[in-house]
Design a protein around this ligand. Structure first.
Ligand SMILES: [Zn+2]
Length: 382
């Protein structure tokens, strides 16, 4: 078993040690970059033709395994993605996709569950559902709702096959407000006007999130990862409530450090400690031949410095207790955030152990010398 629960028993001694060293661990710099602990990034988009570039970036950042959520469908990209999975020595793993546009066809359920079985047989680890569910797929009655019962067989079949469903619904709450200069995401919205959901033809943010919760509740035997901090980084109470209610529910951190990082650091630290077995590290790194996305994009060429800042800001946020650090994705907001200084044990789960257990994968040994990760304290579940 790759996930070692026995480490939890070090909790009590860890707390005692923490008390002893807490006074000397306030404002610290991030550890040497890249931090020498294994990492699995569960939320990436890698086009097969650019996989070598993706591996270079992963090496620079210290990421061993990336999960490519844009794996495609059988006969429509999946074969190429799976070839990259092999060529990369299984460092780039694959979630497949599913076209939901045929949902009104009475044969849809049979077709879709057949696709899932083919994905599984071919070697995909899971299914990625994008935000077009709820915001983009049109039916004769309007936008296809996140909890539309015609999709139930898809999610049930994923559970039966042991395929994890990573699901993105909604978007930042500000995208549902008018796209004007006063909007706090104006910089991002002006670069991508099509990301605005202010138009009344779209459901409201809370409507989508409520439908999302009904979706999770309906499939207790299917394991879900709620993308982007459970799709609700603005509302950690909502995310916590869902994590409490649904043991089959997990979340990733992709592209939301700037947003959840706005909440007071002690509160977010408590959150990450309490749900330390349910949160997976993800970035929303997108790599294709012509472009690079670091959580978001303004369409301009990405500099080496921006890549370094993107990853080091993640490590700094999770690993140090520094205040008012730059966030990884400035286009999402020019504000600064306070870091939450997680313990070695919580970081181990966040960075790789939770993903390895949930996805059933092993992490190759990190090639560099293993250096101690943090200030030698650990803590229990809050
Ligand atoms: Zn994404």
């Amino acid at each position: 078993m790759i996930f070692d629960e026995s480490l939890a028993s070090t909790t009590f001694f860890g707390l005692a040690l923490f008390a002893a060293v807490a006074s000397c661990s306030r404002e610290e710099e991030p550890r040497a970059f890249p931090a020498a602990t294994p990492k699995i990034d569960v939320h990436t988009h890698i086009s097969p033709s650019a996989y070598e570039r993706a591996l270079d970036l992963m090496d620079q950042a210290g990421v061993q395994i990336a999960v490519n959520l844009s794996g495609g469908m059988p006969g429509a990209g999946l074969e190429q993605s799976l070839a990259v999975q092999e060529r990369s020595g299984k460092r780039i793993r694959v979630f497949c996709n599913l076209d939901l546009r045929g949902v009104e066809d009475p044969r849809f359920a049979g077709w879709a569950t057949g696709i899932l079985r083919r994905c599984k047989e071919a070697g995909a680890l899971g299914l990625k559902i994008p935000k077009s569910l709820g915001l983009g797929v049109l039916t004769s009655e309007g936008l296809l709702a996140v909890d539309d019962p015609r999709l139930d067989p898809v999610f049930d079949e994923a559970g039966r096959l042991g395929m994890v469903v990573l699901i993105h619904v909604g978007d930042p709450e500000a995208f549902f407000e008018p796209a004007r200069p006063e909007n706090e995401r104006w910089e991002e919205l002006s670069a991508h006007p099509e990301w605005s959901f202010a138009d009344p033809r779209f459901p409201r943010w809370t409507e989508i999130l409520d439908a999302f919760e009904r979706r999770i509740a309906r499939h207790p035997r299917t394991r879900f990862i709620g993308a982007h901090f459970g799709n609700a980084a603005e509302d950690p109470e909502r995310v916590a409530r869902m994590l409490d209610r649904y043991p089959n529910y997990f979340i990733d951190t992709a592209a939301r450090v700037p947003e959840f990082g706005r909440h007071p650091a002690p509160r977010m630290r408590r959150f990450f400690v309490r749900y330390q077995d349910r949160i997976l590290f993800g970035t929303d790194l997108g790599v294709s031949e012509g472009s690079l996305m670091l959580g978001s994009t303004d369409g301009k060429p990405v500099t080496r410095a921006a890549i370094d800042r993107f990853f080091s800001a993640h490590w700094r946020y999770f690993e140090t207790t520094s205040r008012q650090i730059e966030n990884p994705t400035p286009i999402q907001g020019r504000w600064r955030i306070d870091a939450i200084g997680l313990s070695t044990e919580v970081l181990r789960k966040l960075y790789w152990a939770n993903a390895a257990r949930l996805l059933g994968i092993t992490v190759p040994r990190y090639p560099a010398r293993p250096t101690p990760l943090t200030r030698g304290h650990s803590e229990g579940k809050g």
